[in-house]
Design a protein around this ligand. Structure first.
Ligand code: GTP
Ligand code: SPV
Ligand code: MN
Length: 584
């Protein structure tokens, strides 16, 4: 098989000359192709078949122990001008980057098969969707891309029709961290990734294409590519609000998008549109409309159980690829937070004696969105869903209250830009360190954050009916390091207030940082929460917030004169309100 598209054909031939694979396979996305690839990997040990009685058609993949998370320090945006990449990205000159990468790709596929993977991000019939082709020597990448994207013939037909696609070249290389780089060339709509087989580094449709390259395209074309979940929140009266939420990696997007309502909130229903990436366009009706460019979930495994999220738990009992979980004696997958079973083999395949973690904290499941019991019927709608509210949220053990609402869009952009969160196991590096993570896009924005903030403000001017903007924090801790808010399903109480705010039906008090619900404005029926704790969650420490705003001001300074004046003004106005409040 091949293609009628000359530029694709030429590129594949050029890559084959450079990487010298034994053979070339054009992926169609068929079931037979998939089961052949799975067979090959079971034989090579790349996949381990899990217990077919408890977990039919499930497999375990163990990645190289040094290759278990995204590598932000090895991820580059290579634009002609360094300023276009901005202080938020590592930068390399494009010509130098190509030279360096091509030297690593030279002969890198010798003895391996080169897979050509055409894919579409978004429903294939959606005008919002965009296509790409990933060339890879990893069959694990192929079977994951088949779950995570619309992969194969339909995508190839669209590429041939449009003659436009993002080029992604990936090779495992020798998996050495010294020869591992993920390089983006937004001006050429291309990606080169070598030396890693892990999710975000290797499944190029996801963070590399759908966020870093797409955010660049989105700015040129007037839309937004965001690290956001998309969910429908249906009230007992049957009305559904669609909400998009930006939370940094491993900070609760999948769990919120698949929320299971508490028993004490009968009649409420949640529908998942997406759990990680959201493309937002101003629709013909002047509203922001969202599509999920992905077709599956690459979700955090630890912590998933019947109690925290039975939707997610049930979804991964069949037809799932697990990466870096532990095993029980009868070959069932096991992870921390699992309430049953005993691990005997850890994520590296070593006997587990009960010391330390059995599963890797960034172990993941790959599963088709179609297996989600609450998958929204509008998730495949080519025109997307209309967004009523945007949430920004981080992991903040202090300072950030449970929820507050921004005054307006421009203030909302400041709230997003000023987001901070504790680092997690999703990326290599120290964990639990608070850092600024604007719109949860610090690792994913393909251009200068100052230009990105400007673009957010511009999108606000283009839309005639804007979503309301909120900040939430499920992760406040008490003196003993215990989470103060129960989280998970109980987060619906906050979503209910948000939905009612969108309808102009819920009360709030105005503070220096925005609108907060009072305890009586939240539905806490059936929630066993100490009133003093709730009070703490719903109040702000003005001295701490004064510091926070100063720190956000300093953060904006890093972007110098490129920062839009309107955003500066928002920061100054909140700082002034806080000074006035402190003086009062
Ligand atoms: P990425 O896929 O890395 O982008 O992450 P994500 O934002 O989808 O995070 P996910 O929902 O997978 O959650 C990550 C971790 O946070 C898991 O260990 C969850 O158990 C935990 N978590 C999710 N929601 C809550 C919550 O409301 N409260 C608390 N305390 N923990 C939560
Ligand atoms: C994240 O790290 O935000 C993820 C997982 O969603 S990865 O695909 O590795 O980026
Ligand atoms: Mn993510």
């Amino acid at each position: 098989m091949s293609t009628s598209n000359a530029s694709l054909k030429n590129w594949v031939e050029e890559v084959a000359r450079l990487t010298t694979p034994d053979s070339i396979h054009w992926c169609t996305g068929s079931d037979t192709e998939n089961s052949n690839l799975v067979d090959v990997m079971v034989r090579s040990g790349d996949l381990i078949k899990l217990n077919p009685l408890t977990h039919p058609n499930c497999y375990l993949h163990r990645s190289h122990p040094s290759d278990v998370a995204r590598v932000e320090h090895l991820t580059y945006v290579c634009t002609k001008s360094r300023e276009d990449a901005g202080p938020n990205n590592h930068w390399k000159d494009p010509a130098e980057a190509h030279r360096k990468m091509d030297a690593l790709f030279a002969g890198s596929m010798r003895g391996r098969t080169m897979y050509v993977v055409p894919y579409c991000m978004g429903p294939v019939d959606s005008p919002f969707a965009r296509c790409g082709v990933e060339i890879t020597d990893s069959p694990y990448v192929v079977v994951n891309m088949r779950i995570m994207t619309r992969m194969g013939d339909d995508a190839l037909r669209r590429i041939e029709r449009e003659n436009s696609f993002v080029k992604g070249l990936h090779s495992l290389g020798d998996l050495s961290p010294d020869r591992r780089f993920i390089m983006h060339f937004p001006e050429e709509l291309s990606i080169k990734s070598v030396g890693s087989g892990y999710g975000g580094n290797a499944l190029l449709g996801k963070k590399c294409h759908a966020l870093r390259i797409a955010s660049w395209q989105a700015r040129e074309e007037g839309w937004l590519a965001e690290h956001m979940l998309i969910m429908g929140v249906q009230s007992p009266s049957g009305e559904t609000h669609y909400i998009a939420g930006a939370f940094p990696s491993a900070c609760g997007k999948t769990n919120l998008a698949m929320l299971v309502p508490p028993e004490s909130m009968p009649g409420w229903k949640i529908w998942t549109v997406g759990d990680d990436i959201c493309w937002l366009q101003v629709g013909a009706d002047g509203q922001l409309r969202a599509i999920n460019p992905e077709a599956g979930y690459f979700g955090v495994v630890p912590g998933t159980n019947r109690k925290t999220n039975c939707n997610a738990y049930d979804m991964i009992q069949r037809d799932t690829i697990f990466t870096n979980v532990a095993l029980t004696a009868d070959n069932q997958p096991w992870w921390e937070g699992m309430e049953t079973g005993t691990p005997v083999t850890d994520w590296q395949g070593k006997p587990y004696s009960g010391n330390g973690l059995a599963a890797h904290p960034n172990s993941r499941f790959t599963v088709s969105a179609k297996q989600n019991p609450i998958y929204s019927s509008l998730a495949e709608a080519p025109e997307g869903v209309p967004i009523s509210a945007i949430l920004f949220g981080g992991r903040r053990r202090e300072v950030a209250p449970l929820v507050y609402e921004a005054r307006n869009w421009a203030h909302g952009v400041l709230v997003g830009a000023g987001m901070a969160s504790e680092t997690t196991a999703a990326a290599v590096g120290q964990m639990g360190v608070v850092r600024r993570d604007s719109m949860a896009m610090k690792p994913f924005c393909g251009y200068n954050f100052a230009d990105y903030f400007k673009h957010w403000l511009a999108v606000g001017k283009k839309a005639t009916k804007l979503p309301r903007v909120f900040h939430v924090n499920w992760f406040r801790q008490d003196k003993n390091g215990k989470f103060m808010w129960p989280g998970y399903g109980e987060n619906l109480r906050v979503l209910k207030w948000i939905a009612q705010r969108c309808e102009g039906k819920a009360m709030a008090v105005e503070t220096a940082i925005g609108f907060l619900p009072r305890a009586q404005d939240l539905d806490v029926t059936g929630l066993n929460l100490d009133p003093a704790t709730l009070q703490t969650l719903l109040s702000i420490d003005e001295a701490a917030w004064k510091q926070e705003m100063e720190s956000i001001g300093k953060y904006l300074d890093e972007y110098q004169t490129r920062v839009p004046a309107e955003l500066r003004k928002e920061q100054q106005s909140v700082a002034q309100r806080l000074s006035a409040a402190n003086a009062a």
